[in-house]
Write a protein that binds this ligand. Structure first.
Ligand code: ADP
Ligand code: MG
Length: 228
């Protein structure tokens, strides 16, 4: 399965989600490959340190994406593609092969236009590919401002774009994890809310990827702590 994190806007949380997704899928026992399609290479540098056993491939442009992605998909259960911020052509190439497009989107007034543009790209791909990729937006860096979250929920609804129920809230742990070459679920008590949240998000997005045994153990501990 090819999963692409796309939004031609930078700084919306693509690399943060891509890196966490690679770590989470590997923790569920899957063979996972990170295809870093951003020249900034933030996710590949993070994963190389945090998860030395993971396979990482860098795809520098749209041609490499179009030519190499199908072969990479044969080498892993999941290929997680971290999309670029500005190279629109590469983002659109990802949509030509992805089974699932996750569109991280900041809950901010300025993001609605970017969401509309990216949704248009998705619709074009879906028209060519008979409905693929499946697409879902994820609200990221959600603060306490409920109103903006509501605006984005309405924006997604008007675009008829699915929106994940679980948002990613603004938490220092997400920003700290890459610098510490780790993941939020390995950062202990201080990052427990982020760990519970990201697990809930990925279970929502990829229910078939869950390894029940691991989840029950981990969620059990998380819930007990969250209550206490
Ligand atoms: N939920 C979050 N809470 C706090 N900081 C975040 C969160 N998600 C991302 N960040 C930070 O915001 C910045 C941009 O995120 P990043 O994942 O690099 O976006 P993109 O890949 O879309 O450009 C990074 O410094 C990252 O650490
Ligand atoms: Mg990035």
């Amino acid at each position: 399965m090819i999963i692409a994190l796309v939004n031609s806007k930078g700084g919306v949380g693509k690399s943060t989600l891509a890196g966490n997704l690679v770590g989470w899928l590997q923790a569920q026992g899957h063979r996972v490959l990170l295809a870093d399609c951003d020249t900034q290479q933030s996710s590949s540098e993070w994963i190389a340190e945090a998860l030395p056993s993971a396979t990482i491939v860098r795809l520098a442009n749209a041609d490499q994406v179009l030519d190499e992605l199908p072969q990479l998909a044969k080498e892993a259960d999941y290929v997680v593609c971290d999309g670029p911020g500005s190279q629109t052509e590469t983002s659109r190439a990802l949509l030509m092969w992805a089974d699932l497009a996750i569109i991280p989107c900041k809950a901010s007034m300025f993001e609605a236009r970017a969401l509309a543009k990216n949704t248009a790209f998705v619709r074009q791909a879906q028209a060519i590919r008979n409905g693929l990729p499946e697409a879902i937006a994820v609200l990221t860096m959600v603060g306490k401002d409920y109103r903006l979250t509501k605006d984005m929920t309405e924006a997604a609804a008007s675009l008829e774009l699915a929106l994940a129920e679980t948002p990613v809230t603004l938490r220092q742990a997400y920003a700290d994890a890459p610098g510490q070459s780790t993941f939020v679920w390995k950062m202990g008590f201080a990052a427990k809310d982020a760990a519970v949240e990201i697990d809930a998000l990925f279970r929502e997005l990829l229910p078939e990827a869950c390894n029940d045994k691991v989840i029950k153990m981990r969620k059990g501990r998380g819930r007990a702590r969250a209550k206490g």
